[in-house]
Design a protein around this ligand. Sequence first.
Ligand SMILES: *[C@@H]1O[C@H](CO)[C@@H](O)[C@H](O)[C@H]1NC(C)=O
Ligand SMILES: *[C@@H]1O[C@H](CO)[C@@H](O)[C@H](O)[C@H]1NC(C)=O
Ligand SMILES: *[C@@H]1O[C@H](CO)[C@@H](O)[C@H](O)[C@H]1NC(C)=O
Ligand SMILES: *[C@@H]1O[C@H](CO)[C@@H](O)[C@H](O)[C@H]1NC(C)=O
Ligand SMILES: *[C@@H]1O[C@H](CO)[C@@H](O)[C@H](O)[C@H]1NC(C)=O
Ligand SMILES: *[C@@H]1O[C@H](CO)[C@@H](O)[C@H](O)[C@H]1NC(C)=O
Length: 824
Amino acid sequence: MENRSTLSVIVALLGMLSQCLTHLTPRITFSIGSPGRHLTRFSNHDVGNTTTLLLSEAGDMLYVGARDAVLALDVSHEDVITLRNKLDWSPSDKDLEQCSMKGKNIADCPNFIRVLQFLNSSHIYACGTFAFSPRCTYVNSESLTMSMKPDEGRGRCPYDPYQRNTAIIVDGELYTGTVADYRGNRPVISRHLSESRRVDLKLDDTLGWLEDPTFISSSYIPDEEKIYFFFSEVGREYDFIDKFIVSRVSQICMSDVGGQRTLQRRWTTFAKAQLLCQADNELPYNVLQDIDTLPPAEGVPADETLFYGIFTSQWSVNSGHSAVCSFRLSDIRAVFSGNYKVLNRDTLQWSTRVQEKVANPGECGLHNASDNALRFIKENFLADDSVRPIDRHLTMVSTGYKYSHLTAQRVQAANNKNYTVLFLLTESGYLHKAVVLQSGAHIVEEVQVFEQPQPVKSLKLSIPKGMIYVGTSEGVMRVPTANCSFYWTCAQCVLARDPFCGWDTVSRTCVETSNTQISLAQDVDTGNVKETCDRGTFTNRVRFDPNEVSAGELVSVALNEVVRLRCPAASHLSQQLWERPNSQLSSDLYLHLGDGGLSFVATPATLGHYLCLSIENGYQQTMAIYHVKQKSGPLVQTTSSYTALQTLTAAKTQAAPSPSPGLHSFEFWPLLKKTMQGDIEPTVSSMDTTPVPTQRGLNLTVWTPEPGQTETDFVGGELLHSAREPCYLKELVVVSVLLVLCISLTITMFLYVVRLHCRSRTVPHTATPSRNSDRRTPVEHEAPRRNQLFNKSNRHSPHSGQACGSGCNGALTEGNGHLPNTPI
Ligand SMILES: *[C@@H]1O[C@H](CO)[C@@H](O)[C@H](O)[C@H]1NC(C)=O
Ligand SMILES: *[C@@H]1O[C@H](CO)[C@@H](O)[C@H](O)[C@H]1NC(C)=O
Ligand SMILES: *[C@@H]1O[C@H](CO)[C@@H](O)[C@H](O)[C@H]1NC(C)=O
Ligand SMILES: *[C@@H]1O[C@H](CO)[C@@H](O)[C@H](O)[C@H]1NC(C)=O
Ligand SMILES: *[C@@H]1O[C@H](CO)[C@@H](O)[C@H](O)[C@H]1NC(C)=O
Ligand SMILES: *[C@@H]1O[C@H](CO)[C@@H](O)[C@H](O)[C@H]1NC(C)=O
């Protein structure tokens, strides 16, 4: 028991440590309706659950699998998405009646389209759940009419619309991963639509090649004529842990035609391996959520094909976190050509015993092999090694966002270097654009795509058109992959570190790198404005000269009034600071607010000029200048005179309904931009000395505190606040060490007492271990699991440990209790 609690404490500490080490904040937020990112939406009152997306090669037509319908959407126009054609395909009333008589919820009985693939140049192959009785059909891609009567879709499409599946058509043959029965417990990976002398194939299911899998995705690798399937399942090789989920990659060869006697009409090339998304000494992120294939750059060997996957964790310590791991095809190949685990047919236990290799599992072209070889193949399908991420590194860990879907793109930057850009969809409805860098991931921006959480989503990237499509229960959203014109100065353009965008020094605009041949100012790796925007001639910011900028926003105050000055943030990653000419801002007089603002009491000493600066990545910008003056007249006006306040609160309430705290849009940016364009020539060298807003500028300047206004409810305030929170690493380590010492002491004392107690007893204890008497809390459950993870070779049994909890501490007196591997 003590052991367990020690462990859970350590695990919790580990969790906190990892949390402490990673802070990934999107640099900028665009909420729904924000002018900086124009979203196009398609929705139609009689079209729902638009969650299967298929894009034509040129990116002009988007085919959508919806509820009781297949749609062809014309996406070639910039402003609108129009419905070109619609195929209605719904179960009859009789089908629906039968469906609900079988005890199914009537809302789940429609035909949810779950397979949508191009079959050839003229036809699409579509399958739907069809009232829990899946059907498939051929659809003409022009007219969107069925060209044949639908036939049975068993093994191609799930029965239950909530079950995940995967399907891919290559050379006219359909490869699927789905469950093939009504109850949902017969998973298969199979091939259909095979013609001429080839036969349809499926998995042999006598030995449990799959264990309650959730299919995620499939990928065709042309170079080796293989299809890879990605899924998560119960990891039977970890049978000492209850229902430990593992993520898998499995392969089959397209040339496979099954064995002649053994493995007839069954795969002879199926092999699977564990995908491990785990950093050293940390809990694995074991549950795969989505994975995308990034083909190699032109002229680079297929071995460099990369797979980017989102993983979450089965354990509550990491709940709400997600990790992105990337895997290299060459590493997957190496694992499949290595050793395989051995399955004991009687006990169904796995071991890693070295054995004579009768055949090479996973090898293509084994269909003519001997029965003996095929029997070997049949039993050896789980690779001994796990596929580890590139450089044994997690690409990205997010503690604040739970990602569900992703898509990856290689983007050629202005310096001709290629960067991987990931588009990640959060559970709460934001699309993050992250660029993968040597130093870690940088989230360039987040765009809100839906407001209500959506049960089933899908994501499709159109590289030729630079668009992302998000299919949800309610409709299809289109989001441009970038909007460079949103950045209106070189500094903004460079600080964004967006490989899509670079600064054109001739036209003085931030433009898409792909649209131009001229060299652009861009620094994706470090975002260094000084070096990039004004190479060589950059002068450091001159000190504030009150004569030069005597203007500034005029703030008239009465003495002893509390003054609050605002400092808008340039981004979620910037920090604001305040300066006064020739005087320090002593902490006795000034209060720095969480949102970057400044508060003080108006006294003769505090009247004068104030300069608000924003610093990001070592670059300083003047965001506002204020001139605080004493009011001349005897009339003391308060809040009513500050129209600014009202403007601000109005803007804020518009942007308010944000699902996660701290995510607000930069609604004031357009305002700021207008001011800038109107008043200042935004030249590079003047940028750092010229204040952004001027006399005529931003009205969001000063206001007296209102009841109910908190310090951190301004744009990005909270995020910035948390980002600046110190990391108590050292303290944590010291505390952990002390804690471990304390616990060891307690254990020693406890053992001593128990020993005395045991000696005094005459009758031996009779408690017996029983699986069913398991009454541990979930937290207690997890501790031994982790224990096992940390000591894979050292097989303690959680059950023997538990039995001892009720009597003498058996685990410690009897040594490590061996418990037979009990099948789950
Ligand atoms: C890009 O941003 C600019 C400036 O905010 C805005 O005017 C424009 O509509 C945006 N374009 C798109 C396609 O979102
Ligand atoms: C595509 O496949 C369909 C269904 O098998 C067939 O009717 C059609 O002729 C094929 N089209 C082409 C161009 O091969
Ligand atoms: C970057 O990608 C492009 C397009 O795939 C390719 O032509 C180019 O060779 C790549 N550059 C590098 C440095 O890999
Ligand atoms: C495998 O057997 C088939 C006939 O069963 C034969 O046509 C083919 O050539 C054989 N392939 C190899 C590689 O021996
Ligand atoms: C279909 O969409 C509705 C919301 O519009 C949602 O409640 C339901 O769960 C969805 N059904 C499936 C099978 O995704
Ligand atoms: C700022 O205030 C001035 C005068 O109070 C007003 O004319 C102007 O429209 C305001 N600007 C904005 C953007 O609200």
